[in-house]
Design a protein around this ligand. Sequence first.
Ligand SMILES: NC(=O)c1ccc[n+]([C@@H]2O[C@H](COP(=O)([O-])OP(=O)(O)OC[C@H]3O[C@@H](n4cnc5c(N)ncnc54)[C@H](O)[C@@H]3O)[C@@H](O)[C@H]2O)c1
Ligand SMILES: O=C(O)[C@H](O)COP(=O)(O)O
Length: 574
Amino acid sequence: MAEAHDRAADTAEATQTIKILITDRIAHEGIDLLRAQLPEAQIDERPGLKPEQLKAAIGDYHALIVRSETQVTAEVLAAATNLKIVGRAGVGVDNIDTEAATRQGIIVVNSPTGNIIAAAEHSIAMLMSLARHVPGANASMKAGKWEKSRFLGVEVRNKVLGVVGLGKVGMAVARRAQGLEMQIIAFDPFVAPEQARKNGVTMLSLEELLQQADFITLHTSLTSGPNGTRGLIGEHELSLMKPGARLINCARGGLIDEAALLKALEEKHIAGAALDVFSQEPIRDNETLKQLVAHERVIVTPHLGASTEEAQIGVATDVAEQVVTVLRGDFPRAAVNAPLILSETLKILQPYMSLVEKMGRLYTQLQPGPLSKIELSYNGDIANYDLRPLQAALIKGLLESVSDAHVNMVNAQVIAKEWGLEIVEQKSSTPAEFANQVTLRVVSTNGYASSLAGKAGTDNEQIEVLSGTVMHGIPRIVRVGRYWPEFVPEGYILFCRNPDQPGMIGRVGGILGKVNVNIHRMDVGPSTRKRHHTQQDSPDVALMVISVDDPIPNWALDELSKTGDIIGVTMVKF
Ligand SMILES: NC(=O)c1ccc[n+]([C@@H]2O[C@H](COP(=O)([O-])OP(=O)(O)OC[C@H]3O[C@@H](n4cnc5c(N)ncnc54)[C@H](O)[C@@H]3O)[C@@H](O)[C@H]2O)c1
Ligand SMILES: O=C(O)[C@H](O)COP(=O)(O)O
């Protein structure tokens, strides 16, 4: 959470210089911004590292900045001991194991719009180059030839452009192609046909698009899995294309079955292809790609879609700003693996995040045993906010006090799932006992006696409910099980269950005095029955809550627990 980041960043600044590693070339404007905002930081530029070298180098860096060449694998991330953020100076994050980063609580950010126009313009350049054989004609003339008849081209006006993936780049390409008086059709399962129609684009199925388009340009993200886009254009799809059609790919190499493309070109089923991206980058030992690159009707560029001055300044400064934001303990604007939380919202939620985290710590120390299903209820105005940070805070409080898990906004859900912990949220803007109140209720108790239960066999007191609120920015617990104390959850707190009768405070105070424990705050929480003045058929039990300066030695706790009237006693550390 921001608080944790603050601590981490402060710790880093206090005891260790913030270290930033840049392993792909980014515009110097991004580096200048880092130096200006983090003047004490150590910034290392090391382009061209191989995976093993990066694994050895990542060490205690706090931030890693890449483009598309660096492969940020799970092994590289596992070797990082201090990494808070991976910044992708561009759009695609398929070179980053975002699932592994999430599991480790490492935020991944990108620059979702910094190079869109550059990519769109490159796609149009590739389209026109294909239509008029510009690169081939250029090479021919440079070789001293004059081959007018060899390079007869086609006009794109009134031709059909099929856009696969009508996202930011795809839409920008469509708009530019409309300027060339092309007819635009598209396939994108996540874009509403009406929305496309408003932009002069007709949505079709992929099969229809392949059969109708004269030029096809790919602009989907590269995703794997059963519905993924990897291999989207394979042998079957290529066979559906109009004879003489042309294919452009400035998205990701993995979208096309490159062997099938080579075959379709050799059979002259398609007239040409223009490729800016490849399944292997840089091309080293892939024979199919070498043949594609050499093919006379294939135009190739080395992943230049984003390589303009304007785009590179844009993505570099965009990512540098987000790296600074995260290292300063706030949330970035373009996190790929964490929810977007506006900083002003975060400021309002901060004390509630602290409250809920402490409720989690309190619960696991009062009610040990396996966690299962917990209901988190919010009452009051607080219920109107995006409360995902609070759920992450609860998971942090619950799990960090019983494990060495490092939980934050990024990995909270993943870690909770690994622990079999399910959290169900209830929201109501109607206040409960307090104007803004958070209540943790164990839906399925774990059957274990609480650490407040009496001696074996005397009673099996369980703590199934905790409630808290925030007063003047300070978290307060206002309910523990069936008791209603009010206390600030901080430091060391002693909890005593005892008969609700005169003299108990003096007796407990006397014992603590004997063991030289200083009390700096005390509260007695009546039980629900007494609080609601309901009829009672047995002497009531109260919960004494005693904030002490230092931890109480176990022998003193034993001493207290042997004191006649005390039923159960335990100490909690927040
Ligand atoms: N060559 C370059 O230098 C360069 C530059 C920028 C972006 N890119 C790449 O271009 C691609 C698009 O970038 P963007 O910013 O437009 O992304 P985007 O997320 O805005 O758009 C991707 C589109 O693909 C669509 N899509 C997803 N699955 C699909 C499927 N199975 N079939 C059809 N459409 C599908 C999505 O609905 C979305 O509209 C990304 O892979 C990005 O990495 C390359
Ligand atoms: O996804 C992207 O942003 C582009 O493919 C650009 O990649 P690059 O930063 O390696 O040029």
